[in-house]
Design a protein around this ligand. Structure first.
Ligand SMILES: C[S@@+](CC[C@H](N)C(=O)[O-])C[C@H]1O[C@@H](n2cnc3c(N)ncnc32)[C@H](O)[C@@H]1O
Length: 284
């Protein structure tokens, strides 16, 4: 499709406001490959018309189609491995010790923000089961959210094709936590019950969320511009207690957002404790 720079700019601005994903004109091929089906389906002649129609109050369905088309949902079980090792060998043991001295000694709340199709929260749930032998005696909940309706629907079903299963799951974990259904695998109820799935946009206020002991917000901030990254991060800090642990993607470095985001290391893993400073004083 031929369209003017102004038309493309209008659509790019609309998408950024809608979901934070920051494109530029060099990503025109991405707009074309991901949005042309929508144009055809809705008989829309230009990107400008698409942006204008989608902006109208009654166009929630069209907006959702754009979000589903434009978001990159690449994910896998135990992605990058080291955060899950840190969770198992450092974060959970520390948290369990600390919980003994709180009013809710057996409550753990975890948020997988931008969970895509669910491999991340199911990996977290497996780590909890592998690390806490009597986990069912604990009040544990993982909240898993994503802006994409398609992603959340698939995550909530918990059914995966063999090629998805092969990415990150060992045969032992597969046999222990999944049921074979012929051509696909389904997570066992003992994992599924630990997770609540919700469609949520990280750009919108976190009403009714938190506090979370641990937040995984990985491989989503890279799609946002710097002010949006900072805004999302500072709001995440507000739904974390002083002892909270924050994991971001391996290519997402938070040092640029100030000393509050000093990286903590465990073996090859990096995580943040943004509400703690030396002496245990809360910063936010
Ligand atoms: C590359 S996946 C990362 C999945 C998982 N966290 C991981 O690291 O494997 C990025 C996810 O961010 C979601 N996303 C993009 N913009 C979002 C927003 N504004 N609010 C919530 N989720 C968003 C996308 O739908 C996509 O599923």
């Amino acid at each position: 499709m031929t369209c003017s720079n102004n038309e493309i700019a209008e659509l790019i601005t609309f998408i950024q406001k809608l979901c934070g994903v920051c494109l530029n004109e060099s990503k025109l091929y991405l707009l074309e490959t991901r949005l042309d089906d929508i144009l055809k389906r809705h008989n829309i002649a230009s990107y400008q018309e698409l942006a204008r129609r989608a902006a109208s109050p009654g166009a929630a369905r069209l907006r959702q189609e754009i979000i589903d088309a434009i978001t990159t949902r690449e994910t896998l079980f135990f992605r990058d491995e080291s955060p899950f090792q840190a969770l198992q060998h450092k974060v959970l043991p520390e948290l369990i010790d600390l919980k003994q001295n709180t009013p809710f000694p057996r409550r753990i709340r975890i948020w997988s923000a931008a969970c895509s199709t669910g491999q991340e929260p199911y990996s977290i749930a497996i780590v909890l089961r592998e690390t806490i032998p009597n986990v069912d005696a604990w009040d544990v909940q993982i909240l898993a959210t994503d802006i994409s309706q398609e992603a959340i629907a698939k995550a909530s079903r918990g059914e995966y094709e063999p090629f998805e299963i092969q990415r990150g799951l060992s045969p032992r974990l597969l046999n222990q936590y999944f049921v074979n259904q012929g051509s696909s695998w389904r997570v066992r109820d003992e994992l599924r019950w630990m997770i609540k799935f919700e469609q949520r946009n990280l750009l919108e206020p976190f009403v009714g969320l938190g506090p979370f002991d641990i937040v995984f917000c990985r491989n989503v901030l890279i799609y946002f511009d710097k002010p949006t990254r900072k805004d999302v991060l500072l709001r995440i800090c507000k739904v974390m207690p002083q002892h909270g642990y924050l994991f971001v993607g391996s290519s997402e470095y938070l040092g640029e957002f100030g000393p509050q985001f000093r990286p903590q290391h465990h073996c090859r893993a990096v995580y943040y404790r943004p509400n703690l400073v030396a002496g245990g004083v809360v910063r936010v």
